[in-house]
Design a protein around this ligand. Structure first.
Ligand code: GDP
Length: 304
């Protein structure tokens, strides 16, 4: 996992430093915990989750009168995996296959600039490779660039794109896309949406209208609402989950740009706080730079 090197190296080497100085634990537990807390916070795990982990560590040290650093190190690892234990994340491929009807409709939301359009291209490529037929709907009609970019991706991946002119009604584009998906017996539909979070009311109305209109074609649609977040924005990513949660029920998350940051801990905090599974991570700008995400494996790679 070369792509996650930055997070791993900064986290791992700093943790190792603390744990190697064996005497610290015996001399000053407070200082030792402060150190760990600082590392967790600096990898963007978030305050709430960090406090939880530190409290559990502290209790364990008191209760079991720890003198063995290795055991504590293992315990820290376990604690960091906890958020992923109670989250159902069977993987998109299985979900789509299990769904007996067609198509499976995914609405993709996220603030402009997080990598939403690129992620749609990558996801389309990924699912196509897995053998699914798909179609994309360009319902972010407020950005000419987004429509253009989706056109480029869809040609590259050889997947049909349904679009209208700029400023067209996003719900109408979604409607056309679902009609087309139905008539072509497609497996999956990806619907892009606008990301103008600064106009909250407008966006909320737009997203609910898209959903409402889609239901006229397929009553269960959208089957999944996927939020795209930029991992390099740290605490902003947390805020975006909160804001979107006000008006839609987010089913899953894709975290982009994880290869360029030392703050990969954001994945732990987000899953812990919001109980929403992270299904994929973006690890570069190219079309193949999308990976299925496995929380437990991710933590293991932190500790080597
Ligand atoms: P949108 O405004 O949310 O639709 O964002 P775009 O898809 O246009 O992407 C914004 C920028 O982020 C582009 O330069 C992308 O190439 C880049 N980008 C998207 N995903 C990733 C990723 O996983 N890693 C890196 N390094 N760049 C990414």
């Amino acid at each position: 996992d070369q792509e996650l090197k930055k997070t791993r190296e900064s986290f791992f080497s700093r943790m190792k430093n603390i744990f190697l100085r064996k005497s610290t634990l015996k001399i000053d537990i407070e200082k030792f915990l402060d150190h760990i807390e600082e590392i967790l916070l600096s990898s963007d795990i978030g305050t709430k989750t960090t406090i939880k982990i530190i409290n559990n560590l502290e209790n364990r040290i008191k209760k079991e009168k720890y003198e063995d650093d290795q055991k504590l190190y293992e315990f820290l690892k376990e604690e960091m995996k906890v958020p992923f234990m109670d989250i159902k994340n069977e993987g998109l491929e299985r979900t789509i296959k299990k769904y007996k009807k067609k198509p499976y409709v995914i609405m993709i939301i996220g603030v402009n600039g997080v990598g939403k359009t690129t992620t749609i291209g990558k996801l389309a490529f990924f699912l196509k490779k897995k053998g699914f037929n798909l179609i994309i709907g360009a319902s972010d009609t407020f950005r000419a660039a987004a429509i253009r970019q989706l056109e480029i991706w869809s040609k590259k991946v050889n997947i049909p794109l349904i679009k209208q002119h700029m400023y067209a009604d996003p719900a109408s584009v979604a409607y056309d896309t679902l009609q087309s998906a139905k008539s072509k017996n497609m497996d999956v539909v990806l619907i892009d949406t606008a990301g103008r979070l600064q106009n909250k009311i407008g966006l909320m109305e737009e997203l609910s209208k898209i959903s409402r209109v889609m239901k006229k074609v397929i009553p269960e649609a959208p089957h999944e609402i996927m939020l795209v977040l930029d991992s390099t924005t740290g605490q902003n990513a947390f805020e975006q989950v909160k804001k979107f949660s006000f008006f839609v029920k987010i089913s899953s998350i894709i975290l982009t740009k994880l290869e360029g940051t030392a703050k990969g801990g954001v994945v732990i905090g987000i899953v812990d706080q919001f109980k929403i599974p992270i299904k994929y991570i973006g690890i570069g700008e190219k079309i193949q730079d999308l990976k299925e995400f496995d929380g437990k494996k991710f933590i293991d790679s932190f500790f080597l």
